[in-house]
Design a protein around this ligand. Structure first.
Ligand code: 13P
Ligand code: SF4
Length: 310
């Protein structure tokens, strides 16, 4: 104890307090794979958007404390309205989710002859409510193939939509949304990273632009990347995704090496939750997320349809 730095003692105290209160209040702490390391360490479960949605629909906890961004906590509430859903820092949003709204989506759907709409979970509850089905990066192809119609409108991510179009026989109409961090990755960034790490495989997230996906050895969701690296006989990987994934993937495979495709891929919103926010939220139930019941019920239709086909 004598040699332990003061900051370390303080941190340990917060972590212990969080775990004690979570137990006392029957709360489950879920964290997305991009969350800061300290947050992932105190979470009960970490995962990609699909895994976290499924967990949120099944948990027996009274409180779901979601360490991620707003749409993730909203999805948890849509699936579990009888539980208290907390987002420890309500400022944590997703710029891509803000690139579509229900009125504009309704108008575009009408202009295309009311074709079915697949909405990426990175969207508001109100947008999910006017959609036919949701998808995540892990199941977008499966979801597109599950739709009978051969013409689909996909929103909000144009890159995910182009990836789906390249891997199905469907005609997919795009919405001009994007993740500012994944969309910024260029083919040149990847070429430079490959030159620096010639033995590494390049794994890309489908939110990256098509010219980047063309260079990928594999295209995966965040948890898909962790699984792929574990199953591969290679030992080095360049990751075309938000840099937060380096922590859980290195932890899962300590014998392998992981490099970010670009340090530009840093999502500010994904880093907005601190241990202090988590403690305050659990102690005082701050950051509660709710959705009006009519919107929740309509959005549930789209989210549940997605979960049911997995
Ligand atoms: P996944 O973890 O589902 O691949 O999501 C990536 C993402 O950008 C979440 O905001
Ligand atoms: Fe949204 Fe991109 Fe951040 Fe994910 S990484 S929360 S898609 S801005």
């Amino acid at each position: 104890m004598k040699d332990q730095p003061i900051n370390q003692i303080k941190t340990n105290k917060i972590e212990t307090k969080i775990r004690d209160i979570a137990k006392e209040k029957n709360a489950i702490i879920l964290a997305h794979n991009y969350q800061p390391a300290g947050i992932q360490e105190i979470a009960d479960l970490c995962g990609d958007s699909l895994e976290l949605s499924i967990l949120a629909s099944k948990t027996q906890a009274d409180i779901i404390l979601f360490c991620g961004v707003h749409f993730m906590a909203e999805t948890a509430y849509i699936l579990s309205p009888d539980k208290t859903v907390l987002l420890p820092n309500p400022d944590a949003g997703c710029p891509m989710a803000d690139m579509v709204d229900p009125d504009a989506l309704g108008a575009k759907k009408k202009s295309l002859g009311n074709i079915p709409v697949i909405t990426y979970v990175n969207s508001s509850a109100a947008v999910k409510a006017v959609s036919d089905i949701c998808c995540t990066s892990a199941n977008v192809i499966k979801v597109a193939n599950s739709i009978e119609a051969d013409k689909i409108l996909m929103t909000p991510d144009k890159n995910l939509a182009q990836y789906a179009a390249a891997n199905t026989n469907k005609k997919i109409h795009l919405w001009e949304g994007y993740c500012p961090f994944h969309n910024n990755l260029t083919a040149r960034d990847v070429t430079l990273a490959k030159a620096a790490h010639p033995k590494a495989l390049f794994i890309a997230h489908p939110e990256c632009p098509p010219e980047v996906l063309e260079l990928a050895d594999s295209i995966q969701s965040t948890s898909g990347m962790i699984k792929f690296a574990g199953e591969s006989d290679k030992n080095e990987f360049i990751l075309g995704t938000e840099t937060g994934l380096i922590y859980p993937i290195s932890k899962a495979h300590p014998d392998k090496k992981f490099y970010p495709a670009s340090d530009k891929m840093y999502c500010v919103d994904m880093k907005k939750i601190t241990l202090e926010h988590v403690l305050d939220s659990l102690e005082n139930l701050t950051g509660e997320i709710k959705v009006p019941e009519d919107i929740r019920v309509a959005a549930l239709g789209s989210v549940q349809k997605m979960i049911d086909i997995n």
